[in-house]
Design a protein around this ligand. Structure first.
Ligand SMILES: [Zn+2]
Ligand SMILES: [Zn+2]
Length: 314
């Protein structure tokens, strides 16, 4: 399937070659790592929310309930992944013995009364700490065949209850045990993260697909991880606003990506972010030590077009 590798494919791809709606919704680097697109912490760490408008799901994206509430408090009612407008964020139920119908309806994003592989995988990634790439491989093979009793390619509600069905598999903890994530690898990766001041090493480290460019979501995620901001909602939002403000200055062709040369150049995005973060953390004694670009960045980050302050209720 490989939908985790999908970037924003709608920006430059001609209409005839655009992927199907489900592929378009698979998301960027946050989906790649099963993380919340607001704080970039693992989705499975906290209860998640689904986004609705007029009672219908806006998209298949899931974010933490606390992050959805924080966005609503700040007056931001658009999905942080696809920008789809929403009016309600409701809790994603966890499958148990007494709520299979509720769970099925939550997973069935398109409401066709059947669950496809992407719908199931999206929810499993959000609710279990998994080596989900390994799960994905097995889902394409024997697992789906086991659950899909009639071989139709998707799962009807009744099929969930078979002895070898999806409910028995999930509630019996098979999925969590068989595909347990290697959390030590995550810790090792965090320890190896270079300082932002070393712009070349930082860029290469966070260019996880080694395509020579970083898009804005990759930079957001990298900054959250570098400075361990994910659990501090106010700093999460300040960082996002700052990056939103400075991005157009450096993304001159507006293609949504910044390459290695642009990032590492004198007064480039890397240097500017390093200075800006130091100012935000008050590591620098005064703004006189900062470059013109960093001062401009800070000014832009405080301009009203960025919307109401995130710190209203966090
Ligand atoms: Zn979050
Ligand atoms: Zn969305």
């Amino acid at each position: 399937m490989g939908c985790g590798h999908t970037k924003d494919m709608t920006a430059t791809v001609p209409e005839a070659r655009r992927p199907c709606p489900i592929e378009q919704q698979c998301g960027g680097v946050a989906a790649e790592y099963a993380e919340c697109t607001v704080c970039f912490e693992p989705l499975c760490d906290m209860p998640c929310a689904m986004l609705h408008k007029n009672g219908a799901r806006v998209c298949r994206h899931l974010i933490h309930q606390r992050c959805a509430e924080s966005m609503q408090c700040a007056g931001n009612y658009t999905c942080p992944e696809c920008r789809g407008p929403f009016d309600t964020a409701s809790p994603l139920p966890r499958l148990g013995a007494c709520n299979p119908r509720e769970w099925f309806a939550a997973v069935d994003v398109d409401g066709d009364q059947r669950l496809d592989k992407n719908e199931v995988l999206t929810v499993l990634k959000a609710q279990y700490r998994l080596d989900w790439r390994q799960l994905e491989e097995h889902l394409d093979g024997e697992l789906w065949q086991l659950w899909d009793q009639d071989g139709s390619g998707d799962l009807k509600f009744e099929e969930l209850f078979a002895d070898t069905g999806l409910i028995a598999y999930i509630t019996g903890d098979h999925v969590a045990k068989r595909f347990a994530a290697d959390t030590s690898a995550t810790s090792r990766a965090a320890a190896e993260c270079p300082a932002l001041e070393n712009t070349a090493a930082w860029f290469r480290y966070w260019d996880t697909d080694s395509n020579g460019t970083l898009d804005i979501q990759e930079v957001q995620r990298a900054l959250m991880k570098t400075f361990n901001l994910g659990k501090e909602m106010q700093r999460v939002h300040t960082m996002r606003e700052t990056l939103d403000a400075v991005w157009p200055i450096f993304d001159l062709d507006g293609n949504g990506e910044i390459d290695f040369q642009e990032f590492t150049a004198p007064n480039g995005l890397g240097e500017t972010l390093a200075l800006s973060v130091a100012m935000l953390d008050r590591k620098l004694p005064n703004v006189a030590t900062a470059t013109t670009a960093a001062i401009r960045l800070r000014r832009m980050a405080s301009q009203p077009y960025l919307g109401p302050g995130w710190d209203v209720c966090v």
